[in-house]
Design a protein around this ligand. Structure first.
Ligand code: SF4
Length: 350
């Protein structure tokens, strides 16, 4: 295994504050949905599964929008829908004024230079038979951004340095690297074509806790120097706290709350968000929150409860919740929640 060589830039502490320039809306998502006609997650029942239902939100230039929720809630599917890696059943995604669903296959391929992905699994996402140089330079070649072998190697060397790895690693193979180093290589590949938007699908969840902070810092540094936007998909709310500007919470395929990070963490409006946040470990006993234990399990996505899909587990459900689906509505400026009784509410200290 090669010793990890981290540049000083990449190794700062995770809790740093960054002054960001967040601009206007870069991506607008309206009524995006995906139904899988075969029940791919639960075997052979053949039921339709509504993996994503009516997602509407924006991603601004230079911001990190975190998408959180339990495993199987549809957040990875939503990330892939934004890049058209899977096709939506309905809805629209507009990127910098261009409607993605109207693009031909060729135009969509060109659009992908603007929109890249960092995958969860740093082991499975890098081909074991290709050298680091081949892996990182593949998008450069697809988009015609390098014309010669020398140019390609210079660009790969530059990218390796930018992600805190030695350029001398470029002729080695993925098996020679640790999980953290492989994720750096995946990040180098994603930024190689100068994207404006990156979907990062659980980029640190497969890594040791000690390495997670380094990768989060690296992602923040790269965003600050290059100005791109992230959709940061995660289930770990402690990681999200470090990197997000805004947070969207998903439950059973629907966005149930979205707002600025400080408002979501300090006074969430949806009972599901309140329960998720109450489970985040808090080292300071003075501010440790009382744990909200939800009853039951997440319902089968092939059989989503009528009305509010959270009513079977909600500690404050009323009759209306069983029949009427709540709309995502503003509870305070820029803070929206889908709950008939939504109101910003700090979680009580334990
Ligand atoms: Fe709970 Fe009702 Fe709000 Fe749904 S609408 S989250 S069931 S209170």
């Amino acid at each position: 295994m090669i010793n990890e060589r981290i540049t000083p830039q990449a190794g700062k502490a995770a809790s740093k504050q960054i002054d960001k320039q967040i601009g206007d809306d870069f991506i607008t998502v309206e009524g995006l949905g995906k139904t899988f006609s075969e029940n791919r997650m639960f075997g052979s029942s053949g039921s339709a599964v509504r993996a994503v239902d009516g997602a509407s939100f924006t991603v601004r230039r230079g911001e990190t929008l975190a998408l959180v929720g339990e495993s199987g809630c549809g957040k990875s599917t939503l990330g892939r829908l934004l890049l058209r890696l899977i096709e939506a059943s309905e809805g629209e995604v507009t990127v910098d004024g261009t409607k993605l669903m109207e693009l031909s296959t060729g135009d969509m391929r060109n659009m992908r230079a603007k929109m890249q992905m960092i995958f969860q699994d740093p082991y499975g996402s890098l081909s074991p038979r290709r050298s680091i140089s081949q892996i990182i330079s593949e998008p450069l070649e697809v988009f015609g951004m390098v014309q010669s072998s020398r140019q390609r190697r210079e660009r790969v060397a530059e990218l390796l340095s930018q992600v805190g790895l030695s350029p001398t690693f470029m002729d080695r193979y993925p098996r020679q690297f640790s999980g953290g180093q492989r994720q750096r290589i995946g990040i180098a590949r994603a930024i190689s074509v100068n994207p404006q938007f990156i979907v990062a699908d659980e980029p640190v969840s497969a890594l040791d806790v000690s390495v997670q902070a380094q990768i989060v810092n690296l992602m923040q540094d790269l965003q600050q120097s290059r100005g791109f936007s992230y959709l940061f998909i995660a289930h770990d709310l402690s990681v999200v706290r470090h990197i997000a500007d805004r947070v969207a919470v998903m439950y059973l395929g629907r966005i149930v709350e979205i707002g600025p990070k400080a408002r979501i963490y300090n006074a969430p409006s949806h009972p599901y968000t309140q329960a998720l946040l109450s489970a985040v470990p808090e080292p300071d006993p003075e501010t440790r929150r009382a744990r909200i234990i939800l009853k039951g399990d997440v319902p089968n996505p092939a059989n989503v409860p009528k009305g509010c899909s959270f009513h079977t587990r909600c500690p404050i459900a009323q009759d209306i919740c069983r029949v009427e689906r709540p709309k995502l509505a503003e509870t305070e400026q820029e803070h929206l929640a889908a709950c008939h009784f939504a109101k910003p509410m700090p979680i009580p200290v334990a």
